[in-house]
Design a protein around this ligand. Sequence first.
Ligand SMILES: NC(=O)c1ccc[n+]([C@@H]2O[C@H](COP(=O)([O-])OP(=O)(O)OC[C@H]3O[C@@H](n4cnc5c(N)ncnc54)[C@H](O)[C@@H]3O)[C@@H](O)[C@H]2O)c1
Length: 341
Amino acid sequence: MLKVGVIGAGHWGPNLINNFHNHQKSEVAWVIDRDPARLERVQLRFPDIKVDAEAETAIGDADVDAVVIATPTSTHHPLVRAALEAGKHVMVEKPITDAVDTANELVALAEKAGRVLMVGHVFVYNAAVQRVKQYLDDDALGRMYYISMVRTNLGPIRVDVNSAWDLASHDISIANYWLDAEPVSVSGIGGAWINPGIEDAVFATLRYPNDVLVNMHVSWLNPRKNRDITLVGERRMLTFDDMSISEPIRVYDKQVAEQTTSPDFVDSFASFRMSVRDGDIAIPKVASGEPLRSECEHFVDCVLSGNAPLTGGREGTAVVRALEAISRSVANGGREEAVTG
Ligand SMILES: NC(=O)c1ccc[n+]([C@@H]2O[C@H](COP(=O)([O-])OP(=O)(O)OC[C@H]3O[C@@H](n4cnc5c(N)ncnc54)[C@H](O)[C@@H]3O)[C@@H](O)[C@H]2O)c1
């Protein structure tokens, strides 16, 4: 039985507490939050869990095997470092930290200590995202041309990170996972209207190896909750709508291809050579499942088995590398920036 301490019981933390406490192989020993009102709510719902205001209480408890961190991004680095230094396994919410150098430091620390460091990139554990990955691994779409991703909603508005760090962190983790690569360069434009210097909407384009373009539109200042992704491949196209519970994926047998037979009518040489093929649309069945549950189970399994997590510190750092480059580009008015670090 893995004993877990959860630090941060705000909006997201209670979901993690619930999953780790209602698990066959783990239980939550401590919940830590600086806000007494949050702790009161936790105590009402989980009377058998101990609570405290100081992270050190859970991190310093010899009975605690793993620490799960769901505090604001700006606090991740010192908390993860303290937990790793105390010999704990760590699962930290996305993004791993707010800078590449601190993320690199945590990866090195975890590797030296031989502890699991996992980042809560929950979409990688989404059954539909995994189904798309299967299509790509099977080369069902052909050569990938571009991916377009839209993630918008009205709120929650953050004050410690901008909408790219909060929302595009999901999309970058998905794109890196699908393409098995990280972007080479990025360009981004953002607008800060609610709080000075904190972009409420960011439009970013990421260049991946092999000429694949990934475009992201993220915003917490939008009337519609949108979670829309389109993948355009040479042979097929695919849409993923995370708002659709029963039919999230559609595979379009559509392509632009060179003519093999002479068409009846052409109006130019270009349209003579290339023509569109408009075939069937398939809606595959996607196993229903709770991504956060799968993510938490994966963390427990990795701790118990010693296996490397799918979204470990290195994968989390790759996301931060891209985010840092997007921030540089936004600060430079959209100039293309190399992804480095
Ligand atoms: N995976 C997802 O889909 C998802 C969704 C929402 C949030 N998140 C991530 O979860 C993290 C938390 O987000 P949230 O929306 O719950 O934020 P929140 O502000 O609602 O909650 C954070 C909590 O942490 C507490 N806290 C802050 N510093 C602390 C410290 N040093 N010690 C103890 N407690 C401390 C605060 O009192 C607050 O209750 C962020 O990293 C965010 O990106 C992930």
